[in-house]
Design a protein around this ligand. Structure first.
Ligand code: GTP
Ligand code: MG
Length: 441
């Protein structure tokens, strides 16, 4: 499967067909299934997407059975198609059918379209052709397609998104620096395991989508388009590859979505798992990326493991690097100083050989809690307590981490009266997002 497909958002939310009765929906799915069987028999993406349609559109997916022609290897005749021919929602059906089977593949789309159009009487074909053209040409007007208007809008959002070059961001750290917490904060969802629960030895490619479709995808040996938390947290033992690909919409307060891949590498500690180190080093050396985020554990600055890994990064990665010092919220005013620590890290990095290193602070824990709260996720009691403590602490000047970033300017719509918005701002993550999203792909 082409991995970019994990960046395509589904069009199922508020789908026009949802208001119809179950019988009509079954007919509709049958229509889609006939063409999917005929044109995409061995296409993992198409089959998984069709399965998602069944799950999302049907009230009782279990009661559904395919009733179309039994041997779709040959083109069905009109009589065979008649029982499940979709008429009043034909614009939706054609859009969905091409979406499932031939998104981004005009050649296959033409073959599919020829048979799709043949289902309908000639007097309907002119408009159907106009619809089809409009899917592949964003310049054409998309009005007059009734219920399919929303589907076409979504199609176009996907299409425009994939035209952009992705910003590829490698994220690396020694163990327990808070890398997973930071990734979860950037994505605005729990997508990476935290707190050392059996760490993974895979590279995770976490890809953004153009809008929230309600689904997280994971390709880890098998393709799962509706991955739950467990699927996301567990590695499939059958996967002999050293990577896992995830696709999900990144929840942020920024207005425009951007094609971003966060490339999460296993934590390296030379003293421990050699395999992790090898995989991470290979990734840093061989994966093209516009940006590398090196996460440093603010509580454990200057470790030998970090020194060795920093040296490796210096020698092997030539793109832009940002050093992100995490967990500074744990400092105590009487004992530690945020600005002095940042200055010391900067000096250390210069000594290692980084010219003018960009060093910024963050509280990934604060950023994560703020996002969870903003996007309506339930915080348990412990999280709520931490939220309150961090909110208070990050209001005091020294711990307003956003103030240490070189960039300024408006990047997100913030509500000054919202504790969660202010915590998000003070955590530093908005500024870090700005750096990522404004990097050229
Ligand atoms: N106070 C505070 N704790 C943090 C912060 N970021 C992470 N932590 C905590 O540090 C611990 C390790 O965080 P993880 O995000 O799992 O770290 P990691 O780098 O992914 O760790 P490994 O994948 O196991 O190497 C967890 O208990 C987090 O809750 C932070 O900014 N502030
Ligand atoms: Mg981790």
């Amino acid at each position: 499967m082409d991995r970019y497909k994990l960046e395509i958002a589904q069009m199922l939310k508020e789908h026009p067909i949802l208001c119809k009765g179950e019988a009509y929906k079954r007919k509709y799915i049958n229509f889609l299934e006939y063409f999917t069987r005929r044109f995409s028999k061995n296409d993992e993406w198409a089959n998984a997407t069709l399965a998602l349609y069944k799950k999302a559109l049907l009230k009782n997916p279990r009661d559904y059975t395919y009733e179309g022609p039994s041997s779709p290897e040959r083109k069905a005749d009109a009589a065979e198609i008649k029982p499940f021919k979709v008429f009043s929602y034909r614009y939706c059906a054609v859009t969905d059918c091409v979406f499932i089977n031939a998104f981004n593949d005009r050649k296959k789309g033409e073959r599919l379209y020829a048979e799709l159009a043949a289902v309908y009487n000639e007097r309907y074909r002119k408009n159907l052709r106009r619809l089809y053209e409009c899917l592949f040409d964003p310049e054409l007007p998309s009005d007059g397609f009734e219920q399919a208007g929303r589907l076409i809008d979504r199609w176009r959002k996907n299409e425009a998104f994939l035209k952009d070059k992705p910003v590829r961001v490698i994220v690396t750290a020694t163990m327990s620096a808070g890398k997973s917490t930071l990734l979860n904060a950037l994505v605005g969802k729990k997508i990476s395991r935290t707190r050392n629960d059996a760490c993974t030895s895979k590279i995770h490619f976490i890809r953004n989508k153009p809008y929230e479709d309600g689904y997280s995808y994971e390709s880890d040996y098998a393709l799962e388009l509706d991955a739950d938390l467990r699927t996301l947290m567990d590695d499939n033992s059958k996967n002999t590859d050293d990577r896992i690909d995830v696709g999900t919409f990144f929840r942020t307060l920024r207005s425009a979505p951007k094609r971003v891949w966060l490339i999460d590498t296993p934590g390296v500690n030379s003293s421990q798992d050699k395999e992790h180190k090898d995989i991470t080093e290979k990734c840093i050396k061989n994966t093209p990326a516009e940006l590398l985020l090196y996460i440093l554990n603010g509580e454990n600055i200057g470790s030998d493991d970090d020194r060795a890994h920093l040296q490796f990064v210096l020698d092997n990665y030539k793109g832009k690097t940002v050093f992100v010092v995490n967990k500074l919220d744990k400092f105590r005013k009487k004992e530690d100083s945020v600005p002095e620590t940042l200055a010391a890290v900067r000096e250390d990095l210069k000594k290692i050989g980084f010219a003018e290193p960009l060093v910024v602070p963050i509280s990934s824990a604060a950023a994560y809690l703020a996002k969870m709260s903003i996007f309506g996720e339930e915080l348990d009691e412990e999280d709520q307590d931490e939220f309150v403590l961090l909110s208070r602490k990050l209001k005091s000047d020294e711990y307003r981490f956003d103030a240490y970033y070189p960039l300024s300017g408006k990047d997100a719509e913030l509500d000054e009266n919202s504790e969660a918005h202010m915590l998000l701002r003070h955590s530093g993550v908005l500024q870090l997002e700005k750096m990522i999203y404004e990097t050229r792909g």
